[in-house]
Design a protein around this ligand. Structure first.
Ligand code: SAJ
Length: 426
């Protein structure tokens, strides 16, 4: 199938990189977003999110004339839905954006079109949620138009590279739909394109992120065990990983972001009777910020009234995304415990966190601290010279939750450096 003009609904962390990459590969793209600020920024060639390399590709796409933006979908050869699938307080999937996007495609859907859902979704969303909405057009999926599910699998921070190089799964409601998807993504994907059915590809996506979540949970649980037994978890993992069939991931302050901390809940919601392991792993990772607080309590004695400076609030290193960030949960818990909390998040210095003094520089964050806590391994924090920090703060106590700092160097600079999972607590 040939595609001259496609319409991408949702210009966020996935939709915008995808839209601009198609556009720079010669396809005319209408990018759709219902946020006027996003549309306005893009019309001026500006990018509203931080992702390495994205700005350049968007600028190229806009300059080529191939990328246009619009508040509503227009007629096109193919539609890609890349809107968020958040969850509600009770961890149930919120499919309202997916439904709304399908409703928007409905009036412009024509015979022969391809519609692809990319948003991470619970099993059967393509068949049971998207398909019925689109078929209200009178057209039948798999007969009059093609319908597929193709999950994004790119790693924030490396999106522009992984979008092109990763293997891509395309699940169609029938074989022809999957093949049409292959023709579309084959425009720029260099990795293998694997064809299957829609529900399998939905499950593949959720399995990948759930697998990672469960593996991080065991690393976090190991960090608690190491703490209890006076073992350095970082050394223990390094040694265990020399076994040819062992690859333990890194413990840390918890699991955040909009993917790994969300997607496993879709399985739990869809089949609670079958998912005790997945559910428990989620709870372990969600409670890791409390473990960080216990270490802080141990280090400070009384937390109330103590001044704690937090380095990093993003959900992981070198990204500007603070969604579901465990670092923010640590901040909340500290505020609740009565600490005087300041924080420096270089990628979002103005992000408001209730009760926390957000600062615009490191010296400002640590100027009167009792304890400095590394919560996110941003490169600029990892490369920090402890001697420089010593000159900025009266604190001589530091806690590293991501194994970003070298104990000997920090000791030489006059700090007592504690690490998560290093027998500090008990
Ligand atoms: N984390 C750890 N320890 C680790 C690795 C990660 O605590 O060893 C934490 C991170 O700090 C972060 C969270 O887990 O808080 C998730 O980070 P991540 O780098 O593992 O993953 P994401 O959420 O940035 O991206 C994931 C990727 N999925 C997999 O690797 C299976 C990516 O390929 C997906 O496209 C993405 O989810 C998505 O959009 O679903």
């Amino acid at each position: 199938m040939k595609f001259e003009h496609i319409c991408i609904i949702g210009l966020g962390y996935i939709g915008l990189p995808t839209a601009s990459t198609f556009a720079t590969h010669g396809i005319r793209v209408t990018g759709v977003d219902n946020n006027p600020e996003v549309i306005h920024a893009l019309q001026q060639g500006k990018v509203h999110i931080y992702e390495p390399g994205l700005g350049e590709v968007v600028a190229k796409a806009v300059a080529s004339g191939n990328l246009r933006v619009s508040p509503k979908p227009v007629e096109a050869d193919a539609f890609i839905i890349a809107v968020p699938t958040p969850f509600y307080e009770d961890k149930k999937a919120d499919l309202s954006f997916v439904r709304a996007a399908a409703e928007e495609v409905l009036p412009v859907l024509r015979e022969g079109n391809l519609v692809v859902l990319e948003s991470t979704s619970p099993p059967l969303t393509t068949e049971k949620v998207v398909r019925p909405i689109l078929e209200r057009s009178g057209l039948v999926a798999g007969k009059d138009f093609k319908l597929a599910y193709s999950p994004e699998r790119v790693l924030p921070g490396q999106i522009m590279k992984e979008l092109i190089e990763n293997a891509r799964v395309i699940g169609g409601v029938d074989r022809a739909s999957a093949e049409a998807g292959r023709d579309l993504y084959g425009t720029f994907v260099k990795g293998d394109i694997l064809l299957t059915d829609a529900t399998t590809s939905e499950m593949v996506k959720l399995m990948e992120n759930t697998y990672r979540d469960v593996n991080i949970a065991i690393a976090n649980e190991f960090s608690r065990l190491a703490d209890r037994f006076g073992v350095d978890i970082w050394e223990a993992i390094q040694i265990a990983n020399r076994h040819p069939r062992v690859k333990i991931l890194n413990p840390g302050p918890g699991v955040g972001g909009h993917c790994i901390s969300v997607d496993p809940w879709f399985f739990v919601e869809a089949a609670p009777d079958l998912t005790p392991l997945i559910h428990t792993a989620r709870n372990v990772n969600d409670s890791q910020p409390e473990f960080v607080i216990k270490i802080i309590e141990h280090l400070l004695g009384e937390v109330k009234g103590k001044r704690v400076a937090l380095l990093g609030l993003a959900f992981k290193a070198n990204v500007d995304d603070l969604r579901e960030s465990p670092a923010i949960e640590v901040a909340h818990l500290l505020v609740k415990a009565g600490a005087v909390v300041s924080a420096y998040e270089p990628y979002k210095p103005d992000f408001p966190v209730a009760g926390v003094k957000m600062t615009h520089s490191l010296p400002e964050a640590v100027v009167d601290s009792d304890l400095v806590v590394l919560l996110v391994g941003h490169t600029q924090f990892k490369e920090l010279d402890p001697r420089q920090l010593a000159a900025m703060t009266p604190a001589r106590l530091a806690l590293d939750t991501v194994n970003g700092w070298d104990t000997a160097a920090w000791q030489t600079a006059g700090f007592k450096l504690a690490k998560l999972g290093k027998g500090e607590k008990e």
